[in-house]
Design a protein around this ligand. Structure first.
Ligand SMILES: [Zn+2]
Ligand SMILES: [Zn+2]
Ligand SMILES: [Zn+2]
Length: 86
């Protein structure tokens, strides 16, 4: 299996220090994911709002990376592939 979306990865600036959508509605999250195409910061699927996945459905931005300190793994939603480090 190969991911064909890696060439879409940009040098991104995180949009916020936390999940930007949760911050807007005053909600909380578990872990953070950083969109590698636009820099959107969203919350993981263990969070009740699942904003990182929602961002993918809204934008088709396929690649995210963990935004947790010390974590470098990434994931492609379309291909359902994990990358050890991005
Ligand atoms: Zn892919
Ligand atoms: Zn969120
Ligand atoms: Zn994005």
């Amino acid at each position: 299996m190969k991911c064909s979306h890696l060439n879409q990865i940009q040098v991104v600036t995180p949009s916020a220090a936390g999940c930007e959508d949760c911050l807007k509605i005053g909600d909380t999250w578990v872990h953070l994911r950083l969109c590698q195409i636009c820099g959107h910061v969203g919350c993981c699927d263990n969070s009740k709002n699942k904003h990182a996945t929602q961002h993918f459905h809204l934008t088709q931005h396929a690649i995210i990376k963990s935004f947790e300190p010390g974590e470098a793994w990434g994931y492609c939603y379309v291909d359902n592939i994990f990358f050890e480090s991005l």
